[in-house]
Design a protein around this ligand. Structure first.
Ligand SMILES: [Zn+2]
Length: 222
């Protein structure tokens, strides 16, 4: 029995350690991307803000409305994260644990996680204010994004999505433009599961980021 306990402890320790390592590696990758992007466009775009171009072929009113809700949601996520963030780890951890939305979408508290989440949402928000952002409505079924042309593409079925799902999709695809192209798990159930089992991946998984924002933003349906 003693041996088993010891083994369990050790496994748990290694799991934490692996999560931390993974977080660092992801952070490094994002950092390079961020630096390059920042140099290229950040300054000018804040000055020239005009919102994204919604390309012909879209239901402009619906996409515009969804985009505004998406931006509002991301802003709400940033505000909430700022509100709980504290230099005192215990305070921060308590606030995290007392808001089921954090636990639901991002799992257990992680001390560097709050700052990293903030940075990711801020990246998403910055591109949402860029006139270089384009939203296109494609003929294919899949939603996708092109980071080079800064285009988020909604698949042909977007008009039949529940509204909250449309907003989630807009955040998700715009997220790919600034945070890269990996989806660890997609859709609600899998995102919830990821939060429980692999919080470090949940914190970079775009569906977790998007669902959290939409729930905090008060968009109905999540
Ligand atoms: Zn994706």
């Amino acid at each position: 029995m003693l041996l088993l306990d010891e083994l369990e402890d050790r496994l748990e320790f290694e799991d934490d350690w692996l999560n931390d390592e993974l977080d660092e590696a992801i952070d490094d990758l994002l950092f390079f991307e961020e630096e390059r992007e920042d140099e290229l466009e950040f300054e000018n775009d804040w000055l020239n803000f005009g919102g994204p171009s919604i390309l012909p072929g879209c239901n402009t009113a619906l996409v515009k409305d969804g985009f505004i809700a998406a931006r509002k949601s991301v802003k709400s996520a940033i505000n909430l994260l700022n509100r709980i963030s504290s230099s005192n780890k215990t305070t921060e951890k308590n606030k995290w644990n007392n808001d089921r939305r954090f636990v639901r979408w991002f799992g257990t508290y992680h001390k560097k996680g709050v700052k990293r989440l903030l940075r990711r949402y801020e990246r998403i928000r910055s591109i949402m204010y860029s006139p270089r952002l384009k939203i296109k409505c494609g003929k294919l079924k899949t939603n996708r994004a092109n980071p080079i042309t800064k285009t988020a593409v909604l698949g042909r079925n977007y008009k039949s999505y529940p509204y909250s799902e449309l907003v989630v999709t807009i955040i998700h695809e715009i997220g790919h433009i600034v945070l890269g192209g990996v989806d660890f798990r997609e859709h609600t159930e899998k995102a919830l599961c990821l939060a429980k089992k692999r919080p470090s991946l949940a914190r970079v998984n775009l569906d977790n980021l998007s669902y959290f924002a939409v729930e905090v933003g008060g968009i109905n349906g999540v």
